[in-house]
Design a protein around this ligand. Structure first.
Ligand code: GEK
Length: 236
């Protein structure tokens, strides 16, 4: 796995994008940047095992290099499901298709706002909604809800914000301490923070649960949280 050193030397004037440079180090980058990422993937597999319906479609929206796509595939094995990963970064999709070419999964280069979701039993948005325009988030969740079969689930993992400003700051500091412990320097952390401004827009857990309800989901709860990263499950 190539080590992420993108923010060691250069100042990146433009905002963060999922280009070839990012795709080439992405597995290392996300593992060292998102506390609980590995556990989230393990639980996507377990949740897929629990909720995948025989003969249904399972979607990994914003699949990057397909880590959660493969967790879905393992979790649903033996249930004749179609596993579909979607991402709109050509650099990510190219690598993902190459890495998973022997696997029984379909990887598409497409904007998830345009993905046709049907006969779904498990949909994953693993740290992706945070990059979608805020005005489009409810529509996307509505379309996911409509494409799910009764009893189907959405697994939604996000970087989160806190209403209380002091709490928000404390959680950001803890996340940055996590990144330092993973070997990132203060300079890399600060440059990445600047690059993600206006690109990654976190919301509070309350806002997420309210939107899930508005989209139609009958229940939702937070099953995981580590500092300012959390994962929710919503049931149709
Ligand atoms: C994982 N889920 O390893 N349409 C399609 N793809 C998009 C869109 C969009 N509108 N917006 C963002 N993406 C993965 C990790 S990374 C999370 C997901 C992170 C894609 C984007 O191209 C990138 O590959 C991914 O969402 C976000 O479990 O980098 O923090």
């Amino acid at each position: 796995m190539s080590r992420d050193a993108i923010y060691t030397s250069e100042i990146h004037s433009n905002g963060f994008t999922f280009d070839d440079k990012v795709a080439s180090v992405f597995a290392d980058m996300i593992g060292r940047s998102v506390p609980g990422y590995g556990q989230t993937l393990q639980m996507v597999e377990l949740l897929a095992h629990q909720y995948a319906q025989h003969g249904s479609n399972l979607y990994d929206l914003g699949c990057s290099l397909g880590a959660a796509t493969m967790a879905l595939s393992r979790g649903a094995s033996g249930k004749s499901c179609s596993i579909i990963g979607v991402d709109n970064s050509p650099a990510m999709v190219e690598r993902c298709q190459e890495m998973l070419k022997e696997e029984a999964v379909t990887i598409c280069c497409q904007d998830i706002l345009e993905t046709d979701i049907k006969n779904g039993s498990v949909v994953v948005l693993n740290f992706v909604l945070q990059f979608v325009d805020k005005n489009e988030r409810l529509n996307l969740l509505r379309r996911i809800y409509q494409g799910l079969n009764p009893g189907g689930v959405l697994i939604l993992s996000e970087k989160i914000a806190f209403e209380d400003a002091d709490e928000n700051l404390r959680q950001i500091e803890l996340h940055e301490a996590f990144k330092r412990a993973q070997g990132y320097s203060d300079m890399e952390i600060s440059r990445k923070r600047t690059a993600l401004e206006d690109v990654l827009i976190p919301e509070t857990l309350q806002a997420h649960h309210a939107r899930l309800k508005q989209a139609g989901f009958s229940s939702s709860h937070t099953w995981f949280q580590c500092f300012n990263f959390a994962s929710m499950i919503a049931v149709k």
